[in-house]
Unconditional design. Structure first.
Length: 202
Protein backbone atom coordinates (compact mmCIF):
# COMPACT_ATOMS: atom_id res chain seq x y z
CA UNK A 1 0.00 0.00 0.00
CA UNK A 2 1.79 3.06 -1.31
CA UNK A 3 1.03 6.80 -1.35
CA UNK A 4 1.90 8.44 -4.65
CA UNK A 5 1.78 12.14 -5.56
CA UNK A 6 0.96 13.94 -8.81
CA UNK A 7 1.73 17.58 -9.64
CA UNK A 8 1.30 19.85 -12.65
CA UNK A 9 5.09 20.26 -12.69
CA UNK A 10 5.78 16.56 -12.18
CA UNK A 11 6.97 13.99 -14.71
CA UNK A 12 5.58 10.54 -15.39
CA UNK A 13 9.15 9.20 -15.53
CA UNK A 14 9.49 9.98 -11.80
CA UNK A 15 8.83 7.38 -9.13
CA UNK A 16 5.72 9.16 -7.83
CA UNK A 17 6.99 9.07 -4.26
CA UNK A 18 10.18 11.10 -3.98
CA UNK A 19 9.24 13.10 -7.07
CA UNK A 20 5.66 13.49 -8.35
CA UNK A 21 4.10 12.13 -11.50
CA UNK A 22 2.39 14.40 -14.03
CA UNK A 23 -0.84 12.74 -15.17
CA UNK A 24 -3.97 10.94 -14.05
CA UNK A 25 -3.44 8.45 -16.87
CA UNK A 26 -0.06 7.35 -15.56
CA UNK A 27 -1.39 7.16 -12.02
CA UNK A 28 -4.30 4.97 -13.14
CA UNK A 29 -1.96 2.74 -15.12
CA UNK A 30 0.36 2.25 -12.16
CA UNK A 31 -1.59 2.28 -8.88
CA UNK A 32 -2.61 -1.08 -7.44
CA UNK A 33 -5.04 -2.24 -4.77
CA UNK A 34 -4.56 -0.32 -1.53
CA UNK A 35 -2.62 2.55 -3.12
CA UNK A 36 -3.56 6.22 -2.71
CA UNK A 37 -2.73 8.86 -5.33
CA UNK A 38 -2.72 12.48 -4.10
CA UNK A 39 -3.10 15.29 -6.67
CA UNK A 40 -1.62 18.69 -5.85
CA UNK A 41 -3.60 21.85 -6.64
CA UNK A 42 -3.43 23.09 -10.21
CA UNK A 43 -4.94 22.63 -13.65
CA UNK A 44 -3.91 19.46 -15.44
CA UNK A 45 -4.42 20.12 -19.16
CA UNK A 46 -4.98 16.55 -20.24
CA UNK A 47 -6.02 16.96 -23.86
CA UNK A 48 -7.93 14.04 -25.29
CA UNK A 49 -8.83 12.08 -22.20
CA UNK A 50 -7.95 9.37 -19.72
CA UNK A 51 -8.71 5.64 -19.90
CA UNK A 52 -9.00 4.06 -16.47
CA UNK A 53 -9.14 0.38 -17.26
CA UNK A 54 -5.97 -1.30 -15.99
CA UNK A 55 -6.20 -2.09 -12.28
CA UNK A 56 -8.88 -2.71 -9.68
CA UNK A 57 -8.82 -2.37 -5.94
CA UNK A 58 -10.54 -4.72 -3.52
CA UNK A 59 -13.27 -4.26 -0.92
CA UNK A 60 -10.64 -3.96 1.81
CA UNK A 61 -8.07 -2.10 -0.26
CA UNK A 62 -9.59 0.26 -2.86
CA UNK A 63 -7.46 2.42 -5.12
CA UNK A 64 -7.97 6.05 -4.07
CA UNK A 65 -7.48 9.11 -6.29
CA UNK A 66 -7.74 12.19 -4.08
CA UNK A 67 -7.10 15.93 -4.09
CA UNK A 68 -4.15 16.61 -1.82
CA UNK A 69 -5.09 20.05 -0.54
CA UNK A 70 -8.07 22.31 -1.25
CA UNK A 71 -9.95 20.37 -3.94
CA UNK A 72 -8.45 22.54 -6.67
CA UNK A 73 -6.92 19.66 -8.58
CA UNK A 74 -8.62 20.29 -11.94
CA UNK A 75 -8.52 17.83 -14.84
CA UNK A 76 -9.27 19.80 -18.00
CA UNK A 77 -9.97 18.13 -21.34
CA UNK A 78 -10.59 19.09 -24.96
CA UNK A 79 -12.81 17.65 -27.71
CA UNK A 80 -10.38 15.09 -29.12
CA UNK A 81 -11.67 12.13 -27.08
CA UNK A 82 -15.01 10.34 -27.36
CA UNK A 83 -15.35 10.40 -23.59
CA UNK A 84 -13.12 12.57 -21.46
CA UNK A 85 -12.70 10.04 -18.63
CA UNK A 86 -13.47 6.47 -19.63
CA UNK A 87 -13.72 4.05 -16.70
CA UNK A 88 -14.24 0.49 -17.87
CA UNK A 89 -13.86 -2.99 -16.41
CA UNK A 90 -12.44 -1.93 -13.05
CA UNK A 91 -13.74 -2.24 -9.50
CA UNK A 92 -13.29 -0.66 -6.08
CA UNK A 93 -11.99 2.79 -7.01
CA UNK A 94 -12.57 6.03 -5.09
CA UNK A 95 -12.32 9.58 -6.46
CA UNK A 96 -12.31 12.24 -3.74
CA UNK A 97 -12.31 16.05 -4.02
CA UNK A 98 -11.33 16.23 -7.71
CA UNK A 99 -12.60 18.60 -10.43
CA UNK A 100 -13.39 17.19 -13.91
CA UNK A 101 -13.74 19.94 -16.52
CA UNK A 102 -14.86 19.30 -20.09
CA UNK A 103 -13.08 22.42 -21.28
CA UNK A 104 -16.20 24.23 -22.60
CA UNK A 105 -16.05 22.22 -25.80
CA UNK A 106 -18.87 21.28 -28.16
CA UNK A 107 -18.42 17.51 -28.06
CA UNK A 108 -21.71 15.71 -27.24
CA UNK A 109 -20.26 12.64 -25.55
CA UNK A 110 -19.76 12.05 -21.83
CA UNK A 111 -17.43 13.85 -19.49
CA UNK A 112 -17.14 10.65 -17.42
CA UNK A 113 -18.31 7.32 -18.82
CA UNK A 114 -18.58 4.31 -16.50
CA UNK A 115 -18.98 0.91 -18.11
CA UNK A 116 -18.83 -2.63 -16.72
CA UNK A 117 -17.44 -1.51 -13.38
CA UNK A 118 -18.49 -2.05 -9.79
CA UNK A 119 -18.04 -0.42 -6.40
CA UNK A 120 -16.97 3.05 -7.55
CA UNK A 121 -17.23 6.09 -5.27
CA UNK A 122 -17.16 9.74 -6.31
CA UNK A 123 -17.10 11.94 -3.21
CA UNK A 124 -16.94 15.76 -2.98
CA UNK A 125 -16.05 16.00 -6.68
CA UNK A 126 -17.05 18.63 -9.25
CA UNK A 127 -18.08 17.76 -12.82
CA UNK A 128 -18.53 20.74 -15.16
CA UNK A 129 -18.41 22.30 -18.62
CA UNK A 130 -19.51 19.64 -21.05
CA UNK A 131 -22.13 19.55 -23.80
CA UNK A 132 -22.67 15.80 -23.34
CA UNK A 133 -23.92 13.78 -20.38
CA UNK A 134 -21.83 14.61 -17.35
CA UNK A 135 -21.74 11.09 -15.95
CA UNK A 136 -22.91 8.26 -18.22
CA UNK A 137 -23.34 4.87 -16.56
CA UNK A 138 -23.81 2.11 -19.13
CA UNK A 139 -23.24 -1.60 -19.56
CA UNK A 140 -23.22 -3.84 -16.49
CA UNK A 141 -22.51 -1.94 -13.28
CA UNK A 142 -23.32 -2.15 -9.60
CA UNK A 143 -22.75 -0.10 -6.47
CA UNK A 144 -21.86 3.26 -8.01
CA UNK A 145 -21.99 6.06 -5.41
CA UNK A 146 -22.01 9.76 -6.28
CA UNK A 147 -21.89 11.53 -2.94
CA UNK A 148 -21.95 15.28 -2.19
CA UNK A 149 -20.73 16.22 -5.65
CA UNK A 150 -21.52 19.26 -7.78
CA UNK A 151 -22.65 18.44 -11.30
CA UNK A 152 -23.32 21.11 -13.88
CA UNK A 153 -23.32 20.15 -17.55
CA UNK A 154 -22.27 23.52 -18.88
CA UNK A 155 -21.64 26.79 -17.08
CA UNK A 156 -21.35 28.69 -20.37
CA UNK A 157 -24.59 27.75 -22.15
CA UNK A 158 -27.76 25.85 -21.33
CA UNK A 159 -27.27 23.43 -24.23
CA UNK A 160 -26.34 20.13 -22.61
CA UNK A 161 -27.56 16.67 -21.75
CA UNK A 162 -28.39 14.99 -18.46
CA UNK A 163 -26.42 15.37 -15.27
CA UNK A 164 -26.33 11.64 -14.53
CA UNK A 165 -27.47 9.35 -17.37
CA UNK A 166 -28.05 5.68 -16.53
CA UNK A 167 -28.51 3.22 -19.38
CA UNK A 168 -29.05 -0.42 -18.44
CA UNK A 169 -28.22 -2.68 -21.39
CA UNK A 170 -30.77 -5.17 -20.06
CA UNK A 171 -33.09 -5.29 -17.03
CA UNK A 172 -30.99 -5.65 -13.92
CA UNK A 173 -27.65 -4.94 -15.59
CA UNK A 174 -27.30 -1.72 -13.59
CA UNK A 175 -28.16 -1.71 -9.92
CA UNK A 176 -27.39 0.02 -6.64
CA UNK A 177 -26.61 3.43 -8.12
CA UNK A 178 -26.72 6.09 -5.40
CA UNK A 179 -26.80 9.85 -6.01
CA UNK A 180 -26.80 11.48 -2.60
CA UNK A 181 -26.41 15.06 -1.37
CA UNK A 182 -25.42 16.40 -4.80
CA UNK A 183 -26.02 19.77 -6.43
CA UNK A 184 -27.02 19.24 -10.07
CA UNK A 185 -27.75 22.42 -12.04
CA UNK A 186 -27.34 24.40 -15.30
CA UNK A 187 -28.50 21.66 -17.63
CA UNK A 188 -31.45 21.60 -20.03
CA UNK A 189 -32.31 17.92 -19.49
CA UNK A 190 -32.80 15.74 -16.41
CA UNK A 191 -30.67 15.89 -13.31
CA UNK A 192 -30.77 12.07 -13.18
CA UNK A 193 -32.17 10.13 -16.14
CA UNK A 194 -32.89 6.39 -16.07
CA UNK A 195 -33.04 5.20 -19.69
CA UNK A 196 -33.87 1.53 -19.07
CA UNK A 197 -35.19 -0.73 -16.34
CA UNK A 198 -32.97 -0.97 -13.27
CA UNK A 199 -32.87 -3.80 -10.79
CA UNK A 200 -32.65 -1.34 -7.92
CA UNK A 201 -33.96 2.20 -8.46
CA UNK A 202 -31.69 5.18 -8.03
Amino acid sequence: MTIFTVSTNGDDSNDGQNQPWRSLQHAANTARAGDTVLFADGTYNLGGGDDINRHSGTADAPIIFQAKDSAEAIFQYDDSATNKVDIEGVDHLKFIGLVFDGGKGSDRNALVRIRNSNHLVFEDCVFRNTFGHVLRITGTNSHISIDHCEVFPNSITDTSRDGVFIFADSPGSVHHVTVRGCQIHHGDHDAVHEHAALQTPV
